[in-house]
Design a protein around this ligand. Structure first.
Ligand code: TEU
Length: 574
């Protein structure tokens, strides 16, 4: 028996504030800019808007380094603007989800300034400080061998007090100490502060990293040649994670609020179910990373090449679709966000003749699965990665820049490695998703009247909201149709069963959804070439009359096969 919930039926639109819409000509997107575009968001047909961090921040990591949890960064606007945003959304029947980034703060946060000031400051214990280790020669070393996600080690030595602090991300993002009661209390109060304001929920940044093994043991060594090692076995879903998540879940429940937890480095389905199971009162759902950081990351990590395989994509999708259906958990569906490259470029094609077709194919593939659907700004337009002829000077993201710097420092003359890394940045850098939103064919794509903080993708004349809204063949209108279909057939698409079809096919991703004796077949050609798809024995054959949605407007089929055009996708009933 399926348990119904508004958030299971909802679709969520993610906004990256710096790059969405600039209202005052300073080149940076802002909250009044978001308010200008609420009708656009409503027209797409989503139910919830998730806004990435807009709190006071030095923007070392684009706002994921928060200096004050209760203040709005002046670049984005004021608290009054947030009130107006909430009112504008609620007036349209939309909800607001904010980012909750509580694994770490900025090093400019008042808590950290105090913490680092002296060993006996009351805030000392709010962060994770440890004494150095010394070797036989008396050389100083960090307390353990963990690496940071943004290159180098996870510890920085702080001269004034002679200890190291932990930072799993940049050195300007010190990790909070969740073993400290007072610190936890401050975070829980912060959640209430925003919920009392009328915010409808949170997206919780790397929430599974907050509970660490207090011993902070050395990481197991997988790559002998490296100085620092991953270590997630000691802090991903650590010893007290469920205790903390249940407190937060309790707060969310009081407000009937929505939450989704971002959870890297955990793959065990049973552990994930302990976080999202319907009886657990922890999280509604999580973002897992198996597709976006699995199928095309090579052995050496994100910026090493790996040709993705259809069989792997199928087995990941099938596993999670079936597992949550059978075990009373819930999936978050996404392919893009501010940390991931653009789908069309990464797994489809952004050639002019294919870009829109690929965008619509991915909309079909993702949009008709079971789960809560997340769309990232620009995905509804089929926006593509930054052009291949942009040089390194255009990149802004510290993950990419730190990686590049480390490579240039350690292998300055290895031209081959450098060329390879550049190709990888053009495929997978976070910057691919962060170029300004393309509103129109006008100067700077209508994003700003000033100089944009980040260069606008050269594709804006062909790909923009103005030429897509109201155009029946556009990706925007196709996404709108998918979202309508999910609402009209909510039992089928939200609550129905999922079954993979033709699992061994390397070109075509096909699946059946079913509910109460009825079914829908979804067929997606992932290739830029035509593919003849033989309908598996025992299945009904797709016909023009039974189409629910189609990327080409019609289909070309006989009773036993369908001639799929490049990136063609459709869904049909019996
Ligand atoms: O990302 C968490 C995370 O796991 C990242 O390391 C992610 O894997 C990486 O960006 C992909 O290359 C979250 C936020 O989404 C990200 O923007 C922040 O930089 C990070 O946390 C630190 O707050």
């Amino acid at each position: 028996q399926v348990q119904r919930a508004w958030w299971k039926e909802a679709s969520i639109y993610q906004i990256y504030p710096s790059s969405f819409k600039d209202s005052n000509g300073d080149g940076v997107g802002d909250i009044p800019g978001i308010i200008e575009k609420l009708d656009y968001i409503k027209a797409l047909g989503v139910d919830v808007v998730w806004v990435c961090p807009i709190y006071t921040s030095p923007l070392v990591d684009m706002g994921y380094d928060i200096a004050d949890y209760r203040a709005i960064d002046p670049r984005y606007g004021t608290m009054q603007d947030v009130d107006n945003l909430i009112a504008g959304l609620h007036a349209r029947g939309l909800k607001l989800v904010m980012d909750l980034v509580v694994n770490h703060t900025s090093d400019q946060h008042e808590w950290f300034r105090r913490s680092r000031s002296s060993k006996d400051n009351p805030y000392r214990d709010w962060y994770i400080w440890r004494k150095p280790r010394y070797d036989a020669q008396g050389n100083r070393h960090p307390p353990n061998n963990w690496s940071s996600y943004f290159s180098g080690g996870a510890w920085t030595y702080d001269e004034p007090t002679g200890e190291y602090y932990l930072h799993l991300f940049a050195k300007e993002q010190p990790d909070l100490n969740w073993e400290c009661d007072a610190m936890r209390g401050a975070i829980y109060n912060t959640m209430r502060f925003w919920l009392d304001k009328g915010v409808d929920g949170f997206r919780m940044d790397v929430i599974n990293l907050i509970s660490k093994d207090p011993e902070l043991p050395d990481a197991k060594i997988i790559h002998q040649d490296r100085q620092y090692h991953h270590g997630s076995e000691h802090y991903a879903n650590g010893p007290r994670i469920h205790e903390f998540l249940q407190v937060m879940g309790g707060i969310m429940k009081e407000y009937d609020a929505f939450n989704v937890g971002e959870m890297p480095w955990v793959e065990d389905p049973d552990e994930i179910l302990r976080c999202v199971g319907s009886s657990r009162n922890e999280l509604n759902m999580i973002f897992n990373f198996e597709i976006v950081e699995g199928i095309d990351h090579g052995e050496g990590g994100k910026f090493t090449p790996q040709q993705w395989q259809m069989s792997e994509l199928k087995s990941i999708v099938n596993k999670w679709q079936r597992f949550m259906y059978e075990n009373g958990g819930w999936n978050a569906l996404y392919l893009e966000n501010h940390d991931q490259a653009r789908t069309v470029s990464r797994w489809g094609s952004d050639k002019p003749e294919f870009r829109q077709l690929a965008a619509k194919m991915f909309a079909t593939f993702l949009g008709l699965q079971s789960g809560t659907l997340f769309l990232y700004q620009g995905q509804e337009l089929g926006m593509s990665n930054i052009p291949s002829d942009w040089g390194m000077e255009e990149f802004r993201d510290l993950e990419t820049l730190n990686h590049w710097k480390e490579l240039c420092d350690t292998r300055p003359n290895d031209e081959e490695a450098k060329a390879l890394a550049k190709t990888q940045y053009h495929t997978k850098s976070r910057d691919n998703a962060r170029t300004p939103m393309q509103w129109s064919e006008h100067r700077h794509a209508g994003f700003t009247t000033g100089d944009p903080w980040f260069r606008v993708n050269d594709s804006y004349k062909q790909c923009n909201a103005a030429n897509q809204v109201g155009n029946p063949t556009s990706p925007f209108e196709y996404w709108a149709a998918i979202l309508r279909l999910r609402k009209e057939m909510v039992d089928m698409f939200v609550y129905g069963d999922f079954e993979m079809v033709d699992a061994d096919n390397d070109d075509v991703f096909a699946y059946m959804r079913s509910f109460d004796g009825k079914s829908v077949m979804v067929v997606c050609n992932f290739r830029e070439s035509p593919v003849e798809w033989n309908v598996p024995l025992g299945l009904y054959s797709p016909k023009e009359e039974t189409l629910l949605i189609t990327t080409y407007g019609d289909i070309s089929s006989t009773s036993r096969s369908v001639s799929l055009r490049p990136f063609e996708a459709f869904a049909c009933t019996q």
